[in-house]
Design a protein around this ligand. Structure first.
Ligand code: FAD
Length: 291
């Protein structure tokens, strides 16, 4: 069993998602954030993937940086690249998987990505097609995306849940899109159980440190944004906005833990203070004495 699946089950996992920013200075800052947050001993971390041009190589560079720092640093944990298949050929995916294995990667998050008219059609359409290749060519653990509020390209809820259950059965675990109401997560888990699917689905939670850009993503994904929370975030700035974002995320995490979620995946937006605030509020992931 690979890195992440082995860590699931005993108690809820905590993991962090980073994105690979543009430019050398931002890259160094992002790596510093990952090193700083490694003191909170996450069960794993992940790095998002950009489908086009230089975005592709930025993910690989950041995965290499984080793998190197986590192996040589204080806290060793799996580093999981996200991998989208839209616009890719099978041989490009093989090359990426080989490269990741050489860095010591043991898990990938297998995603479709969003259609890109600027990219060639490629050999894949759905995440399932990518999972098949990852399974054929590696012994990596495989995670997949889940959408509590239904994927925007799904024709209806029942079809979304049926396809999600089929995809999860090919994978080892799921991670959700962020959401702001624990009922969406609870309902999705119940619907999957109704289809006989018990594959663990970790809950994705985002502290909203940047309300404008989180709202853009939410609108793209059909994610409900509570107007009261957004109003308070927009009326505040600096440390007050951070406090509101942390309180809201910590409250949601507590509700999800009470519901029995197998893990919490925190979307960091590369802002370490927000993640530290959430962990502190919940009394988890405290730095080791002397760390
Ligand atoms: P799929 O599982 O392929 O599903 C997409 C749609 O197709 C769904 O409506 C599904 O029901 C339907 N479908 C699936 N299989 C079939 C089939 N056989 N026949 C007909 N319809 C089918 N995007 C990035 O670009 N980079 C990232 O790093 C990234 N990270 C993400 C991390 C998480 C945790 C999440 C939740 C999303 C992430 N995304 C990322 C976004 C994701 O790539 C997009 O939302 C994409 O549109 C859907 O990806 P998927 O893997 O869920 O697709």
């Amino acid at each position: 069993m690979s890195g992440i699946p082995k860590r699931l089950g005993a108690k809820p996992t905590f993991s962090f998602e980073y994105f690979p920013p543009k430019g050398d200075a931002a890259r160094q800052r992002a790596l510093k954030t990952a090193i700083r947050l490694s003191a909170r001993r996450p069960d794993f971390v992940s790095v998002t993937y950009g489908a086009g041009g230089t975005d592709r190589s930025r993910t690989r560079e950041m995965v290499a940086d984080v793998c190197a720092s986590h192996v040589t640093g204080r806290h060793r944990c799996p580093v999981m690249p996200h991998l989208t298949c839209v616009g890719h050929t099978r041989s490009e995916i093989s090359e990426l998987l080989e490269g990741y294995a050489a860095f010591g990667v043991s898990d990938v998050l297998a995603l479709a990505g969003d259609p890109r008219p600027d990219l060639p059609p490629g050999d894949f359409r759905y995440a399932m097609d990518l999972i098949e290749q990852v399974r054929e060519e590696t012994d990596f653990g495989v995670g997949v995306a889940a959408f509590p509020e239904v994927h925007p390209r799904s024709p209806d809820r029942a079809t979304d849940r049926r396809r999600l259950a089929e995809k999860l059965e090919m994978a080892d675990f799921g991670i959700t899109q962020f959401f702001f109401d624990a009922d969406h997560y609870g309902r999705m888990v119940d619907e999957l159980a109704g289809l006989g699917c018990e594959v663990p689905v970790l809950a994705g939670v985002i502290p909203v440190t940047n309300p404008a850009s989180v709202k853009r993503f939410a609108d793209m994904n059909g994610t409900d944004t509570p107007s009261g929370l957004w109003q308070r975030l927009e009326d505040a700035d600096g440390s007050e906005r951070l406090r509101i974002a942390v309180d809201a995320a910590a409250g949601l995490v507590q509700e999800l833990l009470d519901l029995g979620t197998p893990g919490i995946h925190l979307y960091t937006l590369n802002v370490p203070e927000a993640i530290e605030g959430v962990l502190d509020a919940l009394g988890i992931g405290a730095p080791r004495a002397g760390a």
